[in-house]
Design a protein around this ligand. Structure first.
Ligand code: C2E
Ligand code: MG
Ligand code: MG
Ligand code: MG
Length: 278
């Protein structure tokens, strides 16, 4: 009944169409405020040795705290930030928190790399990229304790433009990970000259491994290619012990996922690290 009324009422229909746009605009306005207030947080998710469960690194993931104590997840606001021109500033604030966190971990005796996620847009804008480099060198941290993760599919669209910048980061000692590897189209052709140290196997493949031999073959092939071209590999989204064992059998030694730990507030991550270090 409701549906029929909507269809026969053009005014209602167009209002309904616009609602998501208005919602997006409201979110963008609130996000602008959150950036002005520096109120975004990071959570840290451990990367672990699949054999031992010991800490192999952390990934910083942005969280947007709300007045009611809940958090908005990045999937709900990163695309809005990208379209609304706020992603550069957001990523720099996350980088700043990541550098502070590396410092904090060092003070606790935890010397492990911490990754931050960068939008490919960060790498296009020259002044923005310069700011990133300056923040890293001004922080005084050992650059080998920092990693940048950039999504493969989008990184590939303008690959020539950004590969030079990724290489510049690697020359400084910063690690570069290709995130969600395997979901882009041009990955196999590009693998020979990727400016990256690590490939992160997308969790959609890890998720399907238990039920699909095709998914196992894809993971196996990514691992073989990685060995051939000397990339480190991290498996994303490891949720079960069966997946962990399968990955180990295929020769993957590092993973990340709910089986080991969800992303944690920084203080909890420090505790986790102290209990999972050799
Ligand atoms: P990502 O970099 O691929 O991060 C992995 C996502 O998978 C995270 O979601 C993490 O919480 C989730 N995850 C981890 N282990 C598991 C698991 O075992 N099972 C399942 N189902 N999920 C798992 P999150 O934190 O919501 O982040 C989503 C995406 O948002 C990230 O994907 C990244 O692309 C983007 N993102 C996060 N923080 C930032 C940031 O500071 N800047 C930018 N530009 N993007 C960010
Ligand atoms: Mg990532
Ligand atoms: Mg990923
Ligand atoms: Mg992802």
């Amino acid at each position: 009944e409701q549906a029929r009324e909507n269809r026969s009422n053009p005014l209602f229909f167009s209002h309904y169409d616009q609602a998501p746009i208005l919602e997006r605009y409201a979110l963008l306005t609130r996000l602008r405020q959150a950036l002005d207030d520096h109120s975004l947080d990071i959570f840290l998710q451990p990367k672990v040795e699949l054999e031992t469960g010991l800490l192999a690194g952390f990934e910083a993931l942005v969280r947007w705290p709300q007045a009611d104590g809940s958090y908005i997840r990045p999937d709900q606001f990163i695309p809005i930030a990208e379209h609304g021109g706020l992603i550069g500033e957001l990523d720099l604030q996350v980088l700043d928190k990541t550098l502070q966190t590396i410092q904090l971990l060092q003070e606790q005796g935890i010397h492990t790399p911490v990754a931050f996620n960068a939008s490919p847009l960060d790498l296009f804008e020259p002044s923005h990229f310069e700011t990133m480099l300056r923040m890293i060198s001004d922080s005084g941290i050992n650059p080998t304790l920092l990693e940048l993760e950039v999504t493969e599919s989008r990184a590939m669209e303008e690959y020539d433009m950004i590969s030079e910048r990724l290489q510049q980061l690697m020359d400084m000692g910063v690690g570069v990970s290709i995130d969600d590897f395997g979901t882009g189209y041009s990955s196999l052709g590009h693998i020979t000259h990727l400016a990256a140290s690590t490939l992160k196997i997308d969790r959609s493949f890890v998720f399907r491994m238990e039920e699909s031999t095709d998914a196992v073959h894809v993971v196996d092939m990514i691992l073989r290619l990685s060995r051939r071209f000397s990339f480190k590999v991290v498996a994303e989204g490891v949720e079960t012990d069966t997946q962990r064992k399968l990955l180990l059998e295929l020769g993957c030694s590092i993973g990340q996922g709910y089986l080991f730990s969800p992303p944690l507030p920084v203080n909890d991550a420090v505790d986790w690290a102290l209990h999972h270090s050799s």
